[in-house]
Design a protein around this ligand. Sequence first.
Ligand code: C2E
Ligand code: MG
Ligand code: MG
Length: 733
Amino acid sequence: MSLFDHQNESKTGPDTAAQEAQGTSPDAGHASTITGAERPIAKAYSPSHIWKSSISWRITLAVFMTILLVQTVVLIFTKPAYEAEQLAGVRELGRTALALSLTEARQPLSQQAAARLMSHSLIEGFTIYGLDDNVVETFGAQTLLRPKLGQDTLISFRSVDNRHYESVFVSGELRHPYNVVAKMDASAVQPHVVAYIHQSLWILVFMSGFVTSVLMIVLSVWLLEPMILLRNNLLSAARNPEKPDIQNLKNDMHDEIGIAIRIANDLIRQNASSLKRLRVQAESKIHKLAYFDTLTGLPNRAYFLEQLEDLIKNKILGAGESLAVMSVDIDHFKDINDTMGHEIGDKLLEAIGKRLVKSLPSDAMVARSSADEFTIMVLLEAGGDSAALSASIFTAMAEPVSILQESFQVRVSIGVSHYPADGSEARHILKNADIALNRAKEEGRDTVRYYSQEFDDAVHHRFEILRDLRNAMSQKELQLFYHPQFDLRTGKIVGAEALIRWWKPNSSKEGGIFIPPIEFIPVAEQAGLIVPIGEYVLRTACKTNKMWQDKGLPPFRIAVNISGVQFHRGDIVGLVDTVLKETGLAPHLLELEVTESVFMENMQGAIDILHKLHGLGVELAVDDFGTGYSSLSYLRQFPIDRLKIDQSFIRNALVNVDDKMITKTIITLGHSLDLKVIAEGVETAEHEALLKDSGCDEVQGFKYTKPIPADKFWDYAIEYNRTLARNTKLSVV
Ligand code: C2E
Ligand code: MG
Ligand code: MG
């Protein structure tokens, strides 16, 4: 099985995100449903909406008022006509009754006939005029009008209280040779008019109500329902722009509103799909930024760790299978970066990332976990061996990497841990690979180390040291021992190296043990504690030397070891200046020992600091010379006074030709640069003789004495000088 099969199942990687962006992922299928084409139409509108809709109320009210107004105007215009019609009816009744009565009578009319006429008709009284307009006879109620001679027009008159109606009937109307003015009972006309108005008003109200209701229904179907649907769609788009709940019209309306709704829906859908596409793209970008290294394109530590966690959680290992987790660190990458520039450094990282991927099985995961560290995960089949993997990485690195016409020989250190053998949790396994890597680096780099419990114990031990070291400082458990240095020619004591010791009290009969600096100085350097410790050493050493001088010892240098951390992170120049002033020691009686690694960390910075220190008048020595990156070019640039040959060469010089050659070469080199050369680790007379023959200037070693506390050193120096003075020959030769 492949690691990446599983990865694809368990993670939404950038590819999946890209699919989503193109709308091809399963989720994107869901996105297509927002187009609403297949979406069943939900009921967005209910009849109750009509009562709540202000627009329909306004339209309806406007229509209602318009109808009312029109009807009222019509009524105002028709009412007089109706009244006139009623009066005309009364007059016609009166005329008919008069015409009949006059036709039947021989005389114009008898009293009885007139009385009968008035009791059977609306006529209350009348006056008969001859054609010459003279009154012929008068009956009943008095009339006021008079016919005018030859006038055919209707002359009528209605009483103020509307009860009576008086009219002139001409002879032509009555088919009789008389004109008659009759007063008629018109009291029924007014109630008729009022009834007419009532009836008209009822019709008006009914009509308005009917029209309004029809209008409401029409409005709700053609206007309100689509408007509410549009409003709901817009609201939904505002609330959830990516997945709006879009509803379509029930009927396929092709009018202006229908078209407007379709356009609005299309816009909402377009907006939703653009937003979704943008989100998916942004998520994919964020995922890449969060989980992938932009320089090499490889996954980063977080992604690696998640994958490892997933693999462990999902129990993907078959019988006998295991996972190899490897931390690969580029040796001295920082130096390359500092000296050659970041552009070259970046290109180197890219090239190494590619080589790692190429050199490993295709299902291996290679991640860039920090600046110059890569982390690798490989599935090992039953009986599989991670040694083959590291061998393959070393082979891949053997070929120099060429960048911008320069060729770089890259070396790597590798730490390996295994799941499940070295831990059950992803973080733990990765940490163990890092512990193994540290071990590989500590043990000379360009090598591989496989995690073992013992490494962990060492780390644990370091933690304990760090914890106790803080106490040691406050409890004054740190002391200085001194190791004398001699001039090989004169035999005189020319210096003393101050070496720190930690007296750690315990319950043993000695009351404690001395912890050698090699055990706690690296821990103090890592934790930054070396800065206060170094300050203590410098101050104590200077004070002690000043005291010795004051008490009468012949002047000699006190050599103090300066750590790279102190050199680059503390204010070493300021400190030395202060301590010299504080203690009153002559600057040339102080020597600072620095190792070659100090120069490599920050070349230009180191040159500046060394010049400043030299400017104070102190001497400078390169400690453990020959173990680092000895280069003539830097030796020329630095204002140093002394090379201190590493004790490993002296130790082996008598048995190993190479080491003997190196020792002699360093002495010659030092002298050619006008530097003094001191050898440390001189344990035997043979060592001394060899160095003397080779022209070495000074020596330091167990042959003379082991490092001793200040009071013992005083006694030793007094005794030594006395003996030296007694012998004319050099006692040390
Ligand atoms: P170093 O500066 O190279 O110091 C010389 C070391 O070699 C001392 O070990 C000394 O005891 C040892 N040595 C000298 N002659 C002989 C010899 O003939 N035979 C053998 N077997 N060893 C000899 P020590 O005191 O254990 O110091 C170890 C290292 O710890 C020092 O190496 C130095 O790097 C560091 N160190 C010691 N004191 C300090 C300190 O105050 N500050 C800093 N930064 N480092 C210190
Ligand atoms: Mg030293
Ligand atoms: Mg040394």
